[in-house]
Design a protein around this ligand. Structure first.
Ligand code: FES
Length: 268
């Protein structure tokens, strides 16, 4: 069974802002076009180092990419993302693809995402659906105006079921993405993939552990990425020699013990 794909080699491409597709609370969805270069091909869950001229490069997974377009969902987290959200750069650049693609041969796959984690899961939903899987994509946010309009990337796919959850009940199920799983038979999926805030991944890690499903769980993690190229070691998964930017960002549940010890609140 092939899960992770091996394809090394980065390329740089200059970008020009095409359109602002959406603005939400502390978030923005941007569509860029290549400028006299060929956009690198991204496999599901791979990411790019997105360069904001004069500031720095930050890791971003494209929510959509084709030969002549690449879209990024950016959420305000620090000074660079603030600049992008408030003043999207008209000129930018990317180096990529970073990390390994994640390509599970699944019959039925459950994807659970929140925050910018959803940007990794949308291409995975598209890939899995086109490869014959039944896909359930659960997307959680605090409130309606934090939910990016991901439907636009899924509308040509029949085998993707989208379940939305908001903490305040302003759209979809009232509660978290994990609460929304109470209406879903989690054990009926052969793969469960999580991407989003650590608290959400922790909750899913625990749920999978309690139900004996840890061997089906995979998580796309977000750790500190500095170089993005396997040089600096800042993105090492705890208690392993695996680097998120080289072997990740998706890791199996069986590798997450130490990560969970560090990141997850103890049970009450
Ligand atoms: S970010 Fe430097 S090694 Fe991964």
């Amino acid at each position: 069974m092939t899960l992770a794909t091996e394809r090394w080699g980065y390329s740089y491409c200059s970008l020009r802002l095409g359109r602002v597709l959406w603005r939400g609370k502390g978030a923005i969805l941007l569509s860029y076009r290549p400028q006299a270069c060929v956009l690198p091909e991204f496999e599901p869950t791979q990411f790019a180092m997105f360069w904001v001229p004069g500031i720095e490069a930050i890791p971003l997974a494209p929510i959509y990419s084709s030969k002549n377009r690449i879209d990024f969902l950016v959420r305000l987290r620090g000074s660079t993302t603030r600049r992008i959200v408030e003043q999207p750069p008209t000129k930018a650049g990317i180096i990529g693809p970073m990390g390994r693609g994640f390509a599970p041969k699944a019959k039925a796959i459950l994807l659970v995402g929140g925050g910018t984690g959803i940007a990794s899961l949308v291409p995975l939903a598209r890939w899995a659906s086109r490869n014959g899987a039944q896909v359930t994509l659960v997307y959680g946010a605090r409130t309606d105006n934090e939910l990016a309009p991901i439907e636009m990337y899924l509308e040509d796919l029949e085998s993707v079921k989208l379940v939305v959850a908001t903490d305040d009940g302003s759209k979809g199920v009232k509660g978290t993405a994990i609460d929304a799983l109470s209406t879903i038979n989690v054990a009926s999926f052969d793969f469960i993939v999580a991407a989003g805030p650590p608290a959400m991944i922790c909750a899913l890690y625990r749920l999978a552990g309690d139900r004996g499903l840890l061997d089906r769980l995979y998580a796309s993690l977000e750790t500190l990425v500095r170089c993005g190229m396997g040089f600096c070691g800042s993105c090492m998964l705890p208690c392993t020699s695996s680097l998120l930017c080289r072997e990740g960002p998706v890791f199996p549940g069986s590798m997450l013990d130490c990560w969970a010890e560090r990141e997850c609140e103890p049970r009450q």
